[in-house]
Design a protein around this ligand. Sequence first.
Ligand code: WT7
Length: 651
Amino acid sequence: MSDQLDTLLSEQRRFSPASTFAADANGTPALYESAARDREAFWAEQAGTLEWIRPWDRVLDWTPPHAKWFVGGKLNVAANCLDRHLTGPLRNTAALVWEGEPGDRRVLTYWDLAREVRRAANALKQLGVRKGDRVAIYLPMVPEAAMAMLACARIGAVHSVIFGGFSAESVRDRVNDAKARVLITADGGYRRGQVVPLKRMADQAMAEAPSIEHCIVVQRRPGSPGDESFATMKEGRDHWWHRLLDSVSSESEPEAMDAEDLLFILYTSGTTGKPKGIVHTTGGYLTQVAATTKYVFDLKPADVFWCTADIGWVTGHSYVVYGPLANGATVFMYEGAPDWPERDRFWSLVETHGVTILYTAPTAIRAFMKWGTDHPARHDLSTLRLLGSVGEPINPEAWMWYQAHIGGGRCPIVDTWWQTETGGIMITPLPGVTTTKPGSATIPFPGIVAELVNDAGTVLPQGGGFLTLAAPWPGMLRTIYGDDARYQETYWSRFPGRYFAGDGAKVDEDGYWWILGRVDDVLNVAGHRIGTMEVESALVEHPAVAEAAVVGKSHDLKGQALAAFVTLKDSHQPSAGLKDDLKAHVAQKIGAIARPDDIFFSADLPKTRSGKIMRRLLKDIAEGRALGDTTTLADPAVVSRLKDTYESQEA
Ligand code: WT7
């Protein structure tokens, strides 16, 4: 981290907004001024751009750490994203432009999407889903994923989207925690030319998920009905999406939801082995995602907005579905991998669909850099006018490359810091307003109060420390599903009265934020959040493993990669075969994103006298650094032994 800090400290480049962009930008300096004058009035003004069934009585009830926004107000998220656009020209405008990995395409106007969502809402109702019930969604990036989310929102069901790359066991655990009554999946989804057998995994999950009464299956594979190898339908429980929708009417009234009713639960990794169900509600969440989409991405009617995140992550919720659709935008959505069939697929998509705004992750940008400039250079990218970055710190070199080779030197870059828990963007430039510095997420969005504190919780005007949020914000998580004590403990106990995000950061002399990454036992692997404890739990469930410690190790492309130190039971011997077996075991338990890059066998692990594994030392070993302080160790010799074995195994 200190190398990283040095690089950032020496970053002197500045990019001030082009006057042509500024002249026409949605964002203005006045937004910051009005939010600074009266934060609640600012957010109320943003909420006022939505359509409310009943106006709110109070903007904010704040009983730390519990916030209620727009108290007493009633609205429906799906009506705000769809119905209210149907009375004007947006009715016949593309809401969703979609391309599948094999190259199949669909365009849905606002009218089309609204009609499908009304039918899907009626289908859910017909299966007995009522307001407040949980619906799990385990789908590839197909239009039905957005439809399913909006259908839930329409009837007041709470969705829990589970990333299509997660394993059957991960699906099972999430479904059981939420006690979902319905699971929506697909026969399969395309990834690098292969079909991911989602329904088969859903079947395994459902076998141990007693709350599930019905499963709705989207037919993704052309001509697949009856193709039993990918979707075996269980009579009475399983229903094809298209048949179900054909059997219901397309008339449906949106449910009047309280501003604080649950909109969704989204599971994310924390510092324990058990993922947390992050709870987001209706009015505040939609207000923040609508406002940030409008100002951060400068959305205009002619834009084609492409956020490359999967719907299974919060970025997909907020900036593929809710934020853009609330703004009446045209959203582009792509199903597959960036290097399929060739490494220019993204650029071919930008050219074909005339994408104007691209929002992606540094890990992808670093891969594009490695693949070389020929791929983007072969395509006409002149429609692009704004670029975004999210998910992890973007190194200045990647920022500069993105600007030059994708943005053609003319597109502003918005580096946006936020989290699953924050619901929407928190720290970001406003294009046309904010001068940017490569590698800095710049300053808090209007109405957001971020403060840097030291270890003792003292606020620092600048320097290095911890990123905290000192005032409630509309899109904030309300609790952890079913575990409010964990909510209070995880986010509000380290620095009393402040939300602690888990990130280390630096604030420079201009008040600009430079995010340095997680300071807890959470890793960021290729923009995906993975808890070290989850991977450790998966490893110790393997019959050969006695103990395991997982650390993050710097990786050129992924930012961080997983390295696992494993102690075997006496009955098992280290071998290359066992390493592969353990990697496969983790992928099967959690999902391919958690597969360790390196596994090291070790007779023992460095522990403090109280028995805590010293991950910091393991990280030093994994990254080949001189060892840190070992004085608190129960047996300092363990570390040097480990380092020797590590180096010999690495060869
Ligand atoms: C963590 C949140 C919400 C976006 C998708 C990830 C890291 C996110 C940035 C950024 C530096 C970033 C932080 C944060 N992060 N954006 N622009 N610069 N770091 O959501 O899975 O909840 O992860 O991603 O470490 O805590 P998430």
